[in-house]
Design a binder for this molecule. Structure first.
Ligand SMILES: Cc1ncc(C[n+]2csc(CCOP(=O)(O)OP(=O)(O)O)c2C)c(N)n1
Ligand code: SF4
Ligand SMILES: [Mg+2]
Length: 288
């Protein structure tokens, strides 16, 4: 029997079982509602744009290129302004490769110009759709097909890059904390200028864990402080999920095949980096 899906996303999207990104898209569109135009570049989220004449989305949208999601969104906003329509949200929904590497130039331009777009980077921490290649957001010590001996450099801190543009709203988010995510999407929509949300969406296929454990993995990323949840409103940082008693990073790493085989020294190094980054975050909050 065919049933009509509730909300703005149809049934039957061909993402993998347990895909964190799918849960994210359903929630983001549920918050934003039908007066939304979506821009999706190539990547796993393009499974929502659809194939040929079919789409899984019940809103207007366009699939662009990997490098220009923010530029397309900015152009749509300019067109809406010319028509005097200010009740439409323009959402760019792009992966980490499309954001922190290939699309960073057009995103930076839109943030500099102050274009009123909501840009969500769903971060599954690699170029998943083309076969798990490392991106600038792949964490240290993770296996990917282009880092078969693990990644040995720092990931880019995209939140700080966005913050440096002095846009009205920047936030990290996680599908393990849906209410927190939904509030941030609403605030980002209403920010009155460029808003950037960097959302971790665990990927069972690329990370190598049981698809039933997606939420657990997402929550562990936060509870180990590997993925701190905060927002930056007009330059001021607010930690939205405080983790006073963090779990050791090993609890998060051990669930994922991409970290298999790393030794005690590497785990210690990851712990040290996570501790340093969290201390820096707290210092920035105190400095304000
Ligand atoms: C300029 C350019 N380089 C490479 C590709 C091929 N390509 C299509 S999707 C994709 C992966 C994108 O990765 P990401 O943005 O992280 O999204 P994910 O697949 O992980 O959802 C790549 C490399 C492309 N379309 N354009
Ligand atoms: S590869 Fe990962 S991000 Fe892509 S659809 Fe599958 S689970 Fe989702
Ligand atoms: Mg990706």
């Amino acid at each position: 029997m065919r049933t009509e899906a509730k909300g703005l996303v149809a049934h039957g999207v061909s993402t993998c079982h347990g895909c964190g990104m799918e849960l994210a898209v359903r929630n983001i569109l549920d918050v934003l509602g039908p007066r939304t135009i979506i821009v999706i570049p190539p990547g796993c989220a393009a499974l929502f744009s659809g194939f040929g004449s079919e789409t899984a989305l019940k809103i207007a949208g366009i699939q662009g290129n990997l490098e220009n999601s923010a530029a397309i969104a900015a152009g749509i906003r300019a067109g809406l302004e010319m028509q005097g329509k200010d009740d439409v949200t323009v959402l760019a929904l792009a992966g980490d490769g499309a954001t922190v590497d290939i699309g960073i130039q057009s995103l930076s331009g839109a943030m500099e110009r102050g274009d009123r777009i909501l840009y969500v980077c769903y971060d599954n921490e690699a170029y998943m759709n083309t076969g798990i290649q490392a991106s600038g957001s792949t964490p240290m010590q993770a296996w990917t097909t282009t880092t078969p001996a693990k990644k040995h450099v720092y990931r880019k801190d995209m939140l700080q890059i966005a913050r440096a543009h002095r846009i009205p709203y920047v936030a990290s988010a996680s599908i393990g904390y849906i209410e927190d995510l939904r509030k941030k999407i609403a605030r980002a929509r209403d920010a009155g200028g460029p808003a950037y949300v960097h959302l971790q969406t665990p990927c069972p296929t690329g990370w190598g864990y049981d698809p039933a454990r997606t939420i657990e993995v997402a929550r562990l990323a936060v509870q180990t402080r590997c993925w701190p949840l905060y927002e930056i409103i007009e330059g001021r940082i607010n930690i939205t999920v405080k983790v006073n008693k963090p779990r050791p990073v090993e609890d998060y790493l051990v669930l994922q095949r991409r970290f298999r085989g790393i030794g005690a020294e590497e785990v210690e190094r990851i712990q040290r980096v996570v501790d340093e980054e969290y201390t820096e975050l707290l210092e920035r909050v105190e400095d304000e």
